[in-house]
Design a protein around this ligand. Structure first.
Ligand code: ATP
Ligand code: MG
Length: 917
């Protein structure tokens, strides 16, 4: 094989080869096998065709070819121990397969694999070996059929057929049922690939060293094995093959590790750019690199198939893989989250063949980083604890850590079993896996609380109403349910009344669980009136939950939604729920500023500028209002100024609850289309400060002089000066007749000023000017650029003209016609046109010219030629371009590329000759 194929090309040649031989190309199935509860992950190509082999289903084709995503990290097939230690096993890998469902059999299968490996891919025939089945129990006949076919293959060394027993060469779907002999193809990679060289070991196919590599397994399903040991031939015989994609790529690319193929180049490059290691330094400590690349790839594919990190089943595997990769990252000095960067390289490489990666890119990257961040929070405490346990273990002269203890490490510090075991093994110790699994099962039973009350989803509200009823019966909460008061206190104590994990009410939650918490009262604001939810923490004696949302789940039920970030919260624990005050304060600044903005818009634009929508977030505020035209920049400035004046005036903000009628009578601004209850909360900003006076008359007067008066349930500052500053970031259209202003206050305003100043300083620095002179300097530069452009255009025209004049010497005569077809570099269409005119001046009769610059082409022919049947457009299409125009003058384009232009122009004379026949 001359040219080295890329991995993607190798996959494609495999598929193409079998499609040429009548196979239907079938897409990979998901890593999550649908409808197969016995299997955690798809672990071979066979999984998606299992029902065909058992005979319970059929397919519309009898021959198929595919590349199947496989994962071998759990259950019967678990290669995790090999990954990182060797160069040929991965957790995730692709299995290339060709399939016959009762169609062709051994003869074709063997011949085609030989042909593909040796003819198409050019592997050396003398290095390939084939294994065939010979029963070590003596019950099933020896597969001489396959062996004889192998010996017929052109150039195959007959001594390279080897027989092996059940373990290696008998394939069984289960203990009983369909089964058959298989024939594996191995390659001898040469003495230098023997990792046990110089030691006494079995060096051969299925031996102990890495010299002989298994590439491809051809399974011939031909028997049905019964419980009583009876063996019956199947009515329809099948072929099921699986070739390790990464392995064949490494062989064809001539590298000594799957990780040195182009499949992993991108990932390794990213990693090396992060560690700063040279290739040599990387090779010295290659294991972490291998593990990270392998695991990042698996995690990306898993998340793309919907398996996000979590605590149970498949989700646990994704979590474990990410955390294990993160820990190996620390071994090569990576401290910040890095897996998203590696996964991007994976997505780039595989995204074309597996579009699910592209489609879910954001989810993949986001999940990886979040999981790394979660793990980073607890890993140090977890490993320190483990080290203690391991010291105790050594002190007591034992070597295996109790599985229950390992499970505690997982439940409390998020340290997956596999990582504890890695660490133990690094010290020559081990962890009891069965014990860990037992503890895990016990725990999930216990936290299920015995009684699943329902699933979140459609019956969500009903589920929470039931919880409330239950709590009320037990006198844990009053008839009104959870008390809501985000106004007076942002920190409240209470008993944990309920915990909801995975849609079920549980008695305790574990580290990393996504959880909903019900407390008797809350100071967390629930998103409404444009103001976003509060965030914060709920803390118990030895646990902590990060709250990132709150919601009214049912009437009387408010839940805090978040994640356990340390310890194990339990129902009945005493807890303190505390709103993130800094964030809340930023929100309040934006909310009070929104009222000032509303007022200023009325003043500047008129009373029609009413609120039509609003967002009050910690970072910024957004205000939509009815207004037909865009605001002028002068109006925007006036509004901004007015709000800042109101801030500087340090006006008091007064919140009073009263009846809706009274508030309306007093002129409070209600929002159009908003529903209000009988009693409402009013927020007034007062012009006068005499509210603080102790004279009742003055107080009353102050309450009359309202600067702004709105019905509002949001949380507000006590004084406007607390807003700090107000800056409008943008004014634009939100919908027909509705404008939108976005603004920042307080910290946000400071950050914006800071950022703008920095940009200005950088600009001034680049211009080598004082800050104030930047605009003048820029104007000067623009003038200068305009002059230079003009000058450049002149020079180009001149240069085009002189090229053209020189080219006039190359005018050819084709049948009495003067033909010129040339490329004029660096010109534009106008210049070409004026040059074409020049040509016509020189040849008013019998002249045809084609001029090309870049991809632009212009052709002109004289009138007499038009009459003789040659049109300008013919010249353009004749040389492979596209375009149109008048008969004597046409313009168009050529497929861009310099080489093209010359080749195309060469055809012009021929066009003239043909058209003038
Ligand atoms: P091995 O003995 O090398 O682990 P296997 O017998 O487990 O291989 P099969 O179940 O027959 O392999 O799978 C078919 C092919 O898939 C193998 O010939 C091999 O090329 C490839 N393969 C198997 N396991 C892995 C893995 N963990 N990573 C990459 N490729 C694999
Ligand atoms: Mg294996």
């Amino acid at each position: 094989m001359s040219k080295k194929l890329t991995g993607n090309e190798i996959r494609q040649t495999f598929i193409d080869f079998f499609v040429e031989h009548g196979h239907t190309a079938v897409p990979s199935m998901s890593l999550v096998p649908g409808g197969d509860a016995t299997l955690l992950f798809t672990n071979s190509g066979m999984v998606q065709f299992k029902d065909v082999f058992i005979g319970t289903d059929t397919r519309p084709y009898k021959r198929a070819v595919d590349s199947q995503k496989c994962l071998r990290v759990a259950g019967k097939h678990n290669d995790l121990d090999e990954v990182g230690r060797d160069d040929t096993h991965h957790t995730f890998f692709e299995m290339l397969g060709n399939w016959s469902f009762g169609d062709y059999y051994k003869k074709e299968a063997i011949a085609w694999s030989w042909q593909l490996l040796t003819d198409v891919w050019g592997l050396p025939k003398d290095k390939l070996y084939a294994t065939c089945f010979e029963d070590d129990k003596g019950d099933i006949p020896r597969d001489d059929e396959a062996a004889d076919i192998w010996k017929l293959q052109p150039g195959f060394d007959p001594s390279h057929v080897l027989f092996f027993g059940r373990k290696e060469n008998l394939w069984q779907m289960a203990e009983f049922g369909p089964c058959g002999p298989c024939s594996e193809i191995h390659i001898d990679l040469g003495e230098e690939r023997d990792n046990l060289r110089g030691t006494d070991h079995v060096c051969g196919v299925n031996g102990e060293c890495t010299r002989y590599l298994e590439l491809w397994n051809n399974v011939f399903i031909q028997y049905n094995l019964f419980e009583d040991g009876r063996l019956e031939p199947l009515p329809a015989k099948h072929v099921d093959t699986g070739m390790g994609f990464e392995r064949i790529v490494s062989v064809l690319q001539g590298v000594d590790s799957n990780y040195k193929t182009d499949l992993f180049t991108g990932s390794l490059d990213v990693l090396r750019s992060l560690t700063g290691h040279t290739e040599k330094e990387m090779d010295v400590n290659f294991t972490p690199y291998r593990v990270i690349c392998d695991h990042a790839r698996s995690a990306a594919f898993l998340i793309a198939d919907g398996v996000v990190p979590g605590n149970g089943g498949r989700n646990y595997v994704t979590r474990m893989i990410i955390r294990r990769a993160a820990r190996f990252g620390t071994k090569i000095g990576l401290k910040e989250p890095f897996l998203a960067k590696v996964a991007e390289a994976v997505i780039n490489y595989y995204g074309d063949f597996y579009p699910e990666l592209q489609k879910n890119k954001a989810t993949i990257l986001d999940n990886l980083t979040r999981e790394e961040v979660r793990f980073a929070r607890t890993v140090e405490a977890g490993t320190a604890h483990l080290e203690n346990l391991l010291s105790e273990l050594r002190a007591s002269n034992s070597t295996t850590l109790d599985g229950h203890k390992a499970f505690d490490l997982y439940a409390t510090y998020g340290l997956p079993f596999e990582i504890s075991r890695d660490i133990a093994r690094e010290q020559g110790l081990d962890v009891d896996e069965a014990g860990f699994n037992a503890a895990k099962n016990e725990h999930s039973k216990a936290s299920g609380g015995g009684k699943a009350m329902g699933k979140t989803g459609g019956e969500d509200a009903e589920f929470f109403a039931n919880i409330l009823k239950d709590l009320q019966t037990k006198n844990k909460i009053g008839k009104d349910g959870v008390a809501y008061d985000p106004y007076t206190s942002t920190k409240v104590d209470g008993e944990v009344l309920a915990l909801i994990v995975g849609g079920e009410s549980v008695s305790s939650a574990s580290l990393d669980d996504d959880v909903e918490v019900i407390l008797p009262k809350t100071g967390f604001y629930i998103e409404s009136g444009g103001q976003v939810n509060d965030e914060g923490y709920i803390r118990g004696k030895d646990w902590e939950i990060e709250v990132n949302a709150v919601r009214r789940a049912a009437a009387g039920v408010i839940t805090h939604i978040g994640q356990v970030i340390s310890g194990q919260p339990k129902v009945g624990d005493q807890a303190t729920a505390e709103v993130d005050l800094t964030r809340r304060h930023n929100i309040m600044r934006n909310h009070t500023a929104t009222h000032l903005l509303h007022k200023a818009l009325h003043e500047v634009l008129g009373d029609h500028a009413r609120q039509a929508g609003s967002l009050v977030a910690p970072t910024h505020l957004r205000f939509d209002f009815t207004q037909p035209d865009a605001m002028t920049s002068e109006q925007v400035e006036r509004v901004e100024k007015m709000v800042n004046e109101a801030i500087a005036a340090d006006m008091p903000v007064v919140k009073v609850t009263k009846s809706l009628d009274e508030a309306k009578k007093e002129g409070a601004m209600a929002l159009f289309g908003e529903k209000y209850g009988e009693t409402v909360r009013t927020v007034s900003i007062l012009e006068s400060d005499s509210l603080l006076s102790d004279k009742p008359q003055q107080q009353a007067a102050a309450l009359q002089s309202k600067y702004s008066y709105e019905l509002c349930g949001g949380t507000h500052l006590d004084r406007t000066s607390d807003i700090g500053a107000f800056l409008i970031v943008s004014e634009g259209s939100a919908a027909a007749g509705i404008r939108r202003i976005e603004a920042v206050t307080g910290r946000g305003a400071y950050e914006l000023i800071q950022k703008r100043f920095k940009t200005l300083k950088q600009t001034a620095g680049a211009l080598k000017s004082a800050l104030e002179e930047v605009p003048v300097k820029v104007e000067m530069l623009q003038d200068e650029v305009a002059d230079l452009k003009k000058e450049l255009a002149n020079l180009r025209t001149q240069s085009a003209l002189s090229t053209f004049n020189l080219q006039l010497a190359n005018v050819q005569t084709v049948k009495d016609v003067n033909v010129l077809a040339v490329e004029i570099p660096n010109a534009d269409a106008d210049t070409l046109r004026s040059l074409a005119d020049k040509f016509r001046e020189k040849y008013p009769q019998a002249g045809a010219v084609v001029l090309v610059t870049g991809s632009t082409v212009i052709a002109t022919v004289t009138e007499d030629l038009v009459k003789r049947g040659l049109k300008a457009g013919d010249l353009i299409t004749g040389i492979g371009g596209k375009g149109g125009g008048r008969p004597n003058m046409a313009q168009g384009s050529l497929p861009a590329s310099r080489g093209n232009a010359n080749e195309a122009l060469g055809k012009a004379a021929k066009v003239v000759e043909e058209k003038l026949k």
